[in-house]
Design a protein around this ligand. Structure first.
Ligand code: FAD
Length: 410
């Protein structure tokens, strides 16, 4: 009997349910999620959820009647502990066993944890799940000094939100600039200055060495330079690792993610993986890659629904991202990691501008601040595999929006 079993009910798992039904699949679907909560959106947890002092509510991924309305067997608060590929079964931690016709691993990622002296003290938190967010939000109410470890997206979103509530915030970052893995140096520099203006104290070139505590609760964070920063709450935002344990135990290849092909299929023809946990061959990266974004999870889920139902198309979704840090909405179209030239469009002092990132003379990514029109135009262009002359990018009179529309219909 047909039974598509989806392990993980986050952004990718839930979109897959939606897309399978939208594509006309009428067979059985079972979705397993180890968190007890109804599926919710993670992005607000480091943004609006933290900036509001009142008890915030999570945003659900779908309406409450979604599972019943789509005739889906949803199991909340249970974990898949093993996969038997011979028998085609998934075992749950409540002892039950499900037979699958297709198995989808949408297991996401887990926060990297610190292992420096004192990291077991109360008041030191990661932020991945709604339970994490509830615990951090509760501590924020009484916090006066917050230390954030890591100037990545989540750390800086949280820092901006805490500053909006008037809390003293220091960010320790081992590297020499914020969001260095994802942004051009110019855009990193702009955000470093913007955070300083918001009152966030950024300390670059300083990692975390240890924590000091009193009565089992954190009191200070000591950096690798020996400086101690008072803290009654510490947020650790040092990245994630993909949840590959089930795949690895089932003998599937894993290397910075569960290895899948361009149809998002593992070497086992009946097992697929997508979203934060999957490493796939990316046309846009020119290499195998693993992305952590809502776009990646949802576009891969839409693609996978078609793959499972027989399409042989390769996944080619254009990566795009967003982040909200105080008043700044950052949007990135494409992958600019190995860019060798940048072109500025607009005036950073106006708080609305874009940086065009080029690799070997070709447009690779566009980073925009408070400029959704540039972002959408960049998405249209890059998803067609098209570049833009640097002179046009820099020319304030060049109509980028109209140009991108003409390219899209051509
Ligand atoms: P997840 O959403 O993590 O879902 C995986 C689920 O699988 C989890 O609930 C997990 O508990 C469950 N699971 C794992 N193993 C098992 C098992 N064995 N059995 C049962 N269940 C299991 N992205 C953006 O693009 N923009 C943003 O602004 C943004 N902000 C973010 C803010 C925060 C605080 C966080 C944490 C993430 C943010 N992201 C953002 C990233 C985005 O949320 C993720 O990329 C996206 O959720 C990935 O979807 P996923 O389905 O692959 O994984």
């Amino acid at each position: 009997m047909d039974n598509i079993v989806i392990v993980g009910n986050g952004q990718a798992g839930i979109q897959l349910v939606d897309s399978l039904r939208a594509e006309g699949y009428t067979g059985r679907i079972t979705v397993i999620g180890e968190e007890a909560h109804f599926p919710y959106q993670r992005p607000p947890l480091s943004k609006d959820y933290m900036s509001e002092a009142k008890n915030p509510l999570p945003l659900p991924l779908r309406a409450e009647q979604f599972f019943a309305g789509n005739d889906v067997d949803s199991r909340l608060g249970v974990r898949v502990t093993a996969v038997d590929r011979e028998r085609r079964t998934a075992t749950l931690n409540n002892g039950s066993r499900l037979v699958y016709s297709k198995l989808v691993l949408a297991t996401g990622a887990a926060n990297r944890e610190l292992s420096v002296p004192g990291s077991g003290l109360a008041g030191i938190h990661g932020l991945r799940t709604l339970s994490d967010a509830e615990a951090v939000h509760a501590r924020l109410a009484a916090a006066r000094s917050v230390v954030v470890i890591g100037a990545g997206f989540i750390g800086l979103e949280f820092a901006a939100a805490a500053r909006q509530r008037g809390i003293d915030v220091t960010v320790l970052e081992f590297a020499d600039r914020p969001m260095g893995r994802a942004l051009s140096p110019a855009m990193s520099g702009y955000f470093a200055e913007a955070h300083e203006r918001m009152g966030v104290k950024l300390r670059f070139g300083e990692g975390i060495a240890s924590f000091e505590g009193r009565d089992g609760h954190v009191r200070a964070a000591v950096s690798t330079t020996g400086d101690a920063y008072p803290a009654d709450l510490v947020l650790v935002g040092i990245g994630v690792t993909p949840r590959t344990e089930l795949a690895a135990a089932a003998g599937l290849p894993v290397e910075n993610g569960i290895i899948v092909d361009s149809a998002l299929r593992t070497p086992d023809p009946d097992i697929f993986a997508l979203g934060d946990c999957a490493s796939y061959p990316s046309r846009h990266a020119g290499a195998r890659t693993r992305l952590e974004s809502v776009q990646n999870a949802t576009d891969q889920a839409r693609h996978l629904a078609r793959s499972i139902l027989g399409s042989s198309e390769s996944y080619a979704g254009l990566p795009w991202f967003w982040s909200q840090q105080g008043p700044l909405k950052l949007q990135i179209a494409g992958l600019g990691q190995h860019a060798d030239e940048t072109v500025l469009r607009g005036d950073p002092a106006s708080g609305k501008f874009s940086i065009f990132c080029y690799r070997n003379g070709e447009l690779a990514a566009v980073e925009s601040v408070n400029h959704p029109a540039d972002h959408m135009a960049a998405r249209r262009l890059l998803s067609q595999g098209r570049s833009l002359r640097q002179a046009d990018a820099a020319d304030p009179w060049f109509d980028f929006k109209t140009h991108s529309r003409e390219v899209a219909v051509a």
